[in-house]
Design a protein around this ligand. Structure first.
Ligand code: SF4
Length: 376
């Protein structure tokens, strides 16, 4: 494969990686323009194996979107409804939210992942009580809740600082932040696709603050719409710079744009090859972020499986009840059993490892694939 990388003019990048040198902005753009996808994947896989060998992580989690009422108007969003009472809008009562966890008392879940619309009328106590209730029902569960965009919204709505919001949520049980809301950091793109929500600098500052408070977080990147290769690389480098400062990022998660039922429906969805390329370049550019995750709900199960040879070492988890992507036309299942995930990883020639949110091993690769409890 090295001769193919030479042929496409990437020998210098191979040399840098061999010498453990960091890739530059220009290197990243060249990687996106490399015509040989398999050579690019081979290189990304080499970096993946340096860190993780064949280990491929997933977790036993549940996804919860407690409300889709949202005052923002992101063009790519098919999930949000502007006002309470608008057709298709919903807001769960706290009991309904807690029931989602109670109903799964038989499942060895390790994480709840909560993201919501930006609801203008709910009191802060709604969110604090939600977290406290989850911990009451299952004290050991990890609460990965509220994007940085939600944290910024809470701070503005309830007239608090971002840090105060994070501290109060943490005291109520918040353990970490998911990476949603990053979209593309470049101002040109944000102005066009998500002009009325928290900007890139504040998003990154909130993650910085969360890290200082001892929480771990992830970063996402929404790709396949109007962004350029340069803007993707810029996005990655901003995440890399934050990680140099804090070391608090666990995973980088490229998210494929889905065009159904939103204001960007004239654009095509990114192709499978584009998805593989984005994940591969992410692995190569982000030398300091341990994990690159393919969110199988967004990429499709088959492409997520292929991505395990293109730099990806994590497939998220069982998910269960995802709404945001399915309202945007995702045709993936809404849940996978842990057995299905393990078999999918094994069939790709990789070693399945169930992890918790902080990447502690729950079930190692040596366990048989039908041992874990099935999602019912
Ligand atoms: S992406 Fe999030 S912030 Fe934007 S409209 Fe949808 S729910 Fe609201």
């Amino acid at each position: 494969m090295l001769h193919r990388l030479n042929e496409v003019g990437l020998a210098d990048i191979v040399e840098k990686l061999d010498a453990c040198q960091r890739l530059s902005f220009d290197d990243g753009v060249r990687l996106f323009e490399c015509p040989d996808l398999l050579a690019l994947g081979w290189l990304a896989n080499r970096e993946r194996e340096k860190r993780h060998d064949g280990r491929t992580y997933y977790n036993f989690n549940i996804r919860l979107e407690a409300t889709n009422v949202c005052v923002a108007s992101c063009l790519f969003c098919s999930f949000a409804r502007l006002r309470p009472g608008d057709p298709g809008s919903y807001t769960m009562s706290l009991e309904q939210a807690w029931d989602k966890l109670r109903e799964r008392a038989h499942q060895p879940l390790t994480e709840i992942h909560v993201v919501n619309g930006l609801h203008p009328d709910l009191p802060f106590d709604y969110y604090l009580d939600m977290l406290r209730g989850f911990k009451r029902i299952r004290p050991g569960i990890h609460l990965k809740c509220f994007t940085a965009v939600e944290i910024a919204f809470f701070a503005d709505l309830y007239k608090m600082s971002d840090e105060q919001v994070l501290r109060e949520l943490q005291a109520a049980g918040l353990d970490s932040l998911p990476g949603g809301g990053a979209e593309i950091f470049a101002e040109r793109v944000r102005r066009k696709i998500c002009h009325d929500k928290c900007g890139a600098d504040r998003y990154l500052a909130i993650h910085r603050t969360a890290h200082a408070l001892g929480m771990r977080t992830n970063v996402t990147m929404l790709y396949g719409h109007i962004e350029t290769h340069e803007e993707r690389v810029d996005h990655m480098l901003r995440a890399r710079a934050l990680q140099d400062e804090t070391g608090g990022l666990q995973a980088f998660i490229p998210l494929a744009f889905h065009p159904d039922n939103n204001q960007m429906r004239k654009l095509p969805a990114p192709s499978a090859t584009e998805t593989l390329r984005v994940h591969a370049v992410s692995r190569l550019m982000l030398d300091n972020i341990p994990h690159v995750k393919a969110f199988w709900i967004a990429t499709g199960v088959d492409v997520a499986q292929l991505s395990l040879w293109f730099g990806v070492d994590d497939l998220d988890g069982t998910v269960q009840e995802e709404k945001i992507y399915h309202m945007a036309g995702a045709r993936t299942p809404e849940a996978m059993t842990t057995t299905a995930i393990r078999r999918l990883i094994r069939a790709a020639g990789r070693d399945p490892v169930e992890r918790d949110t902080l990447y502690n091993v729950v079930i190692g690769p040596e366990s048989p694939d039908d041992a874990p409890v099935l999602v019912q």
